[in-house]
Design a protein around this ligand. Structure first.
Ligand code: PEP
Ligand code: MN
Length: 346
């Protein structure tokens, strides 16, 4: 359900509250001219009251049967906030899960270059235990003279790789004009770092019936990332994965600076799963494993990593691509660490 106003108040219904008691609160809100956004949860149903804050404060909601607590939502992000949903959100695509203890190991080429390169990578990461396949058909390139991706043909190759391996596909949507083919083919729609604040695109994927992987912009704060996620969830799509992929700092020894601190901060602030892209942060393949390990140890719900059968021949991001020959060892190490952190591969 799309939300048209800003949820200002949270009404937490006790574990034993009946559906009728929830309906009574919703009806009282409607009577006062306010809307309700109901989120059923494992332990409690939470009602977000949407309307004028001052007016809402005058309603005797605490006295309603079944109501446990009434709290103002003080943060600028509402629907994605921890307060809104007590339990963690789990994202599901073709039976693979991320969040609430399920660890996502997403791997694949940076870019779909040609059929064999993509199929070979997909087979290798699948054999090594990846849970989803990544790969860009539409590529955001810094230079207009660089390879821009195969577009629709790339989507077809990815679909073939999924057909063969069974791995759900994560692929980027860059342009609202490509919504139809990308949403149809993707199992998870990636919104790249450069488009994190493309609000029209965020609203588009908010109306899609597929999960969204939202990458943090290189110069975006954690709060801005959460506000971007709020744009998606507000349209009705609650299946959002957040991704820390490194931010722009003065440091040049890595491509970006992986903001490890953002992981526990995000876990504190939101119920959405948080994953990490060590590849784009590192910019160099030998730094990918240490950053990935740090991400798992900091509590990430998954990682998204780039691999290629012949990185030296790659058309995009060559220096940071893990050779598929090394991917099995990398995956073993990540799996062991994830299990140490109490996660199961999703
Ligand atoms: C990617 O994952 O393919 C990509 C381009 O990453 P980012 O948007 O984080 O730069
Ligand atoms: Mn890349």
């Amino acid at each position: 359900m799309a939300v048209t106003g800003s949820p200002e108040l949270l009404i937490v219904m006790g574990a034993t509250a009946t559906p009728e008691q929830v309906d009574e609160v919703v009806a009282r809100l409607a009577e006062a001219g306010a809307d309700a956004h109901v989120t059923p949860g494992k332990d409690a149903t939470v009602i977000g009251a949407i309307g004028d804050r001052e007016l809402l404060a005058t309603l005797p909601l605490e006295g309603f049967p079944g109501v446990e607590q009434v709290l103002p939502i003080l943060k600028p992000y509402k629907l994605v906030s921890r307060e809104m949903r007590r339990g963690p959100t789990v994202i599901e695509a073709r039976g693979r899960r991320i969040g609430d203890g399920y660890f996502g190991l997403i791997a694949g080429p940076c870019t779909v270059e040609y059929r064999e390169q993509t199929l070979e990578t997909a087979r290798a990461v699948n054999e090594a235990g990846a849970t989803m396949l990544r790969g860009g058909a539409f590529k955001p390139r810094t230079s207009p003279y660089s390879f821009q991706g195969l577009g629709i043909e790339g989507l077809e190759i990815l679909a073939e790789a999924r057909e063969e391996t069974g791995l759900p596909l994560v692929t980027e949507l860059m342009d609202p004009r490509d919504v139809e083919p990308v949403v149809e083919t993707a199992d998870v729609i990636q919104i790249g770092a450069r488009n994190m604040q493309n609000f029209t695109l965020l609203a588009e994927v908010g109306r899609a019936a597929k999960p969204v992987l939202l990458k943090r912009g290189p110069s975006a704060s954690v709060e801005e990332l959460l506000m971007a996620a709020e744009y998606v969830v507000r349209e009705g799509n609650t299946q959002v994965i957040l991704c820390e992929r490194g931010i722009r700092t003065f440091e040049r020894s890595t491509r970006y600076t992986l903001d490890i601190g953002a992981i526990p901060v995000l876990k504190q602030e939101t119920h959405l799963p948080v994953i990490v892209d060590p590849s784009h942060a590192a910019g160099k393949k030998e730094l990918v494993a240490p950053l990935a390990r740090a991400a798992v140890a900091a509590g990430a719900d998954g990682i998204i990593v780039e691999a290629h059968p012949h990185p030296e021949e790659a058309l995009c991001d060559g220096p940071q691509l893990l050779p598929t020959a090394d991917f099995g060892h990398f995956a073993d190490e990540i799996r062991a660490l994830a299990s140490l952190m109490g996660r199961v591969i999703g």
